[in-house]
Design a protein. Structure first.
Lengths: 114, 115
């Protein structure tokens, strides 16, 4: 079942913050976040496995709620290089037997202007 | 991070011919590789999951006789589009993961155009 991402698109000025959400109707085993630039392959950002987990690097972080049905990606003090389409990929809570098989959300287009 | 390569980057072929796309993990052993298809401005659609040494598992609606997948070694998986038609034109992307890790690393993609 495809996760739902929101918003569909967001436009920022450099230095502004953004939050992208990824929701599922059922509890998930994991959530993966990727950024894809036009004509290129997705680049792995981070993975969350535990309910209540928060992690990040540099100015990009993410959280996974306790029920493991929603994840949010936080982009702070955005830079021009943050522009791209952000996808969440989710793995269903099937006892780990799906082993990495992801279903991707429809994507959120982030545009950062100078 | 881990590096995954794809070859070719783009290919144009005539309708009815077959095209092979290679996916290689360059600095790690990929026990599992995934093949995706992406249409313009759309999300990634998983086509199949391939484990080294075993038959690929195809997603519902993906014709296994049309999209042949071979995962002959821990560093190489191939996707062959047989008897290609214009509707097969798309961006094909592979990803790979190590057995002990959950991260998937994507190749740069192959743009297939069937004329």
């Amino acid at each position: 079942q495809q996760p739902v991402q929101s918003p569909q698109a967001v436009i920022l000025r450099e230095g502004e913050d953004a939050v992208i959400n990824c929701s599922s109707s059922k509890a998930l085993y994991s959530v993966h976040w990727y950024r894809q630039k036009h004509g290129e392959a997705p680049v792995f950002l981070m993975i969350l496995l535990k309910g209540g987990e928060q992690k990040g690097h540099d100015k990009i972080s993410a959280s996974f709620n306790e029920k493991k049905q929603q994840s949010s990606l936080y982009l702070t003090a955005s830079q021009l290089s943050y522009s791209g389409t952000y996808f969440c990929g989710t793995e269903p809570n099937a006892g780990g037997t799906s082993y990495g098989k992801l279903t991707f959300g429809q994507g959120t287009i982030l545009t950062v202007h100078p | 991070g881990a590096v995954v390569s794809q070859h070719p980057s783009w290919v144009i072929c005539k309708s009815g011919t077959s095209v092979k796309i290679e996916c290689r993990s360059l600095d790690f052993q990929a026990t599992t590789m995934f093949w995706y298809r992406q249409f313009p401005k759309q999300s990634l659609m998983l086509m199949a999951t391939s484990n080294e040494g075993s038959k690929a598992t195809y997603e519902q609606g993906v014709e296994k006789d049309k999209f042949l997948i071979n995962h002959a070694s821990l560093t190489l998986s191939t996707l062959t589009v047989t008897s290609a038609h214009p509707e097969d034109s798309s961006f094909y992307i592979c990803s790979a993961s190590e057995g002990s890790s959950y991260e998937q690393y994507f190749g740069p993609g192959t743009r297939l155009t069937v004329t």
